[in-house]
Ligand binder design. Structure first.
Ligand code: SF4
Length: 290
């Protein structure tokens, strides 16, 4: 529960606030962009929500905030927040859901659920909480848990235990998930089932992998959509292994066709396929200059 006795001083006056535990993960700014804004190293309320859409978006942000930093002093809004729990997982693309319930250990990373006739996939891990687990059960449970890299494994082991699902992670990330069922090795793409391709993308970490599902790229921490740059982007300052390798991995991805980028951090985007390819080429060029 958000701590109303320790609000950030830069919140605009009103019911809704962000407290001092905020880690500046950006989740709230994506879910309720007109309400939450970024200050120097945290987010705050820049405009109090009034109309129904903004209130609903703010309630969703409160549900997803990894540090429980978002709250309202109005008891009626507590009911909205409780109601918003039922929205998750939230369908983002056909049959693909944003799980919400971000984890502080993953720095608020996004996790995704893919509903598939051969068994559902979880991409990176949200918090293992009862309402989400029950909602995933209602959507058919889990068969595979795809872990892009060591930072975003979250509570994957609990989801694996509960759903008898098999975890997939690169061997270079083994220390974060030593009892995973499948370890990817090398740098070559691997087809998995009828609709999935696992693509090693070393750079952010040595064993980072992304998942291509039909026209959707689950990009982990490799790349995302930056609203500030209005372009695909990647994080030089959060590249833990090799920026050169990350740039080369991005160049390889230009050869694949997709319309959606659903990342672990940052914004998601859908663009026509040709425009996405153009944006990918621009990203490679930008990375080469950075
Ligand atoms: S979701 Fe929570 S932790 Fe993340 S930026 Fe917003 S208030 Fe801060």
């Amino acid at each position: 529960m958000a701590d109303s006795s320790r609000p950030h001083p830069d919140n605009v006056p009103g019911d809704w606030f962000v407290d001092l535990r905020c880690i500046d993960c950006g989740t709230c700014r994506h879910l309720a962009p007109t309400v939450f804004g970024e200050f120097s190293a945290y987010s705050g309320v820049v405009r109090q929500p009034h109309e129904a859409t903004e209130l609903h978006q703010s309630a969703r942000a409160a549900v997803c905030c990894p540090t429980d930093s978002i709250g309202s002093r109005n008891p009626d809004h507590q009911i909205l927040i409780q109601e918003a729990i039922k929205d998750f997982p939230l369908e983002t693309a056909p049959g693909v859901y944003y799980c919400g319930f971000a984890m502080e250990e993953s720095f608020g990373g996004s996790s995704w659920l893919i509903q598939h006739p051969e068994g559902n996939w979880l991409v990176d891990s949200p918090r293992f909480v009862k309402p989400l687990v029950e909602a995933i059960e209602a959507l058919g449970g889990l068969r595979w848990i795809f872990l892009t890299h060591r930072d975003d494994v979250g509570e994957a082991h609990r989801f694996a235990d509960h759903f008898k699902a098999e975890r997939i992670i690169h061997a270079y990330e083994k220390s974060s998930q030593p009892d995973a069922e499948h370890f990817i090795t090398g740098k070559n793409p691997i087809s998995w089932g009828s609709d999935f391709t696992i693509i090693p993308t070393p750079g952010h970490t040595r064993g980072h992998i992304v998942l291509l599902y039909k026209n959707i790229l689950f990009s982990g921490d490799h790349l995302w959509w930056s609203k500030g740059r209005n372009a695909l982007s990647a994080g030089h300052s959060v590249c833990w292994y090799s920026w050169n390798e990350q740039t080369n991995s991005t160049a390889k991805l230009v050869n694949y066709d997709f319309e959606w980028v659903l990342p672990g951090h940052g914004g998601f985007i859908q663009l026509p396929q040709e425009q996405m390819k153009l944006e990918m080429k621009k990203l490679v060029h930008w990375m080469e200059q950075t």
